[in-house]
Design a protein around this ligand. Sequence first.
Ligand code: CP3
Length: 342
Amino acid sequence: MSVFIDACWGKPTPHTPVWLMRQAGRYQPEYRAIREKMSFLELCKSPETAAEVTVLAAEQLSTDAGIIFADILLILEPLRIGFSFEKGDGPKIHNPLRTKEQIEAVAESIDVEESLGYVLEAIKQTKKSLKVPLIGFSGAPFTLASYAIEGGGSKNYHATKTLMYGDPGLFRELMERFTTSIIDYLNAQVAAGADALQIFDSWIGCLSESDYRKHVSPHMKRIFDSIDRSVPSIHFGTGNPALYPAMKEAGGDVIGVDFRADLAKTWDETGAKAIMGNIDPVYILAEPPALENEVRRILESVGNRPGHIFNLGHGIMPEASPARARALVETVHKVSRELRSR
Ligand code: CP3
């Protein structure tokens, strides 16, 4: 099989597999050149070009996995939540969901083939040339709901929490609609050829453990209970290290850890079969040898325990240099081989 998939199942591997969240993106000159010719959404909806940037990133960096080029927000379109990417300031939801009428107008389910068939086609195209496993993905219901309710990114999630605490039944209704569509979307990605799945709960860290268990965990559990178990799943969240044990209980073969948490400690506390993470992406910008030293510290902290997938603690930023990103991957491979031979 492959080093990446073996590690996801907690099996020993000859080196620690590594890939980088957002490994295809604006830090690459080739990506910027493609983006001069088409918008981000056009790129997501052009299977051939989406496949090209997916493969390019994995090959340039020599990562042990690729991730399909798409975005967590694409599913909002068939759910009838209009959005656009504004130049320079990220995604914008046109009519943020605040009322019962708006939430009841969200689709109860989606036809994945018809509405997101371009992602499935990009997966099929990518599989023809990618030499490492391909990760499919979706946003998690809370992260998608918070975008839809806030209208975009947020610092404090007041609108989302106001609805969640004040009208839990209505919030649950919205979460259920997202959950149903996410399950169908993820299973369609596996049917199209995805070798693993990642669910991004990027904004979950604004919640307490108690509210996570009450308002989010049941939906996450439904996702992990309903997706194709023949491929490993990665459950990623950021912002609040105290949530990882509850996230692990909700499901996922691999727990994806952000840079704020201690990786080895989180692995022990969650009892996860496998763990992914977690270098602060800013190390890529720092003068050498800061990056190399931090890679070594993280690898040494988990020792030779099987089931570690190395990654950034969050997405790579546009200012990163491709050469330093490549140095990160090489260092993980080299140091992890060294540690295994000790
Ligand atoms: O990892 C990969 O290489 C696969 C592709 C991928 C993208 N977005 C491409 C992208 C993945 C997995 C995502 C997930 C995603 N999208 C998340 C979860 C990951 C995380 O960071 O926690 C979130 C929150 C989004 C929503 C989103 N999409 C934002 C906030 C933005 C704006 C970011 C920015 O820096 O402007 C996007 C746009 C986006 N998604 C870009 C890329 C490469 C930049 C688009 C461009 O201008 O070319």
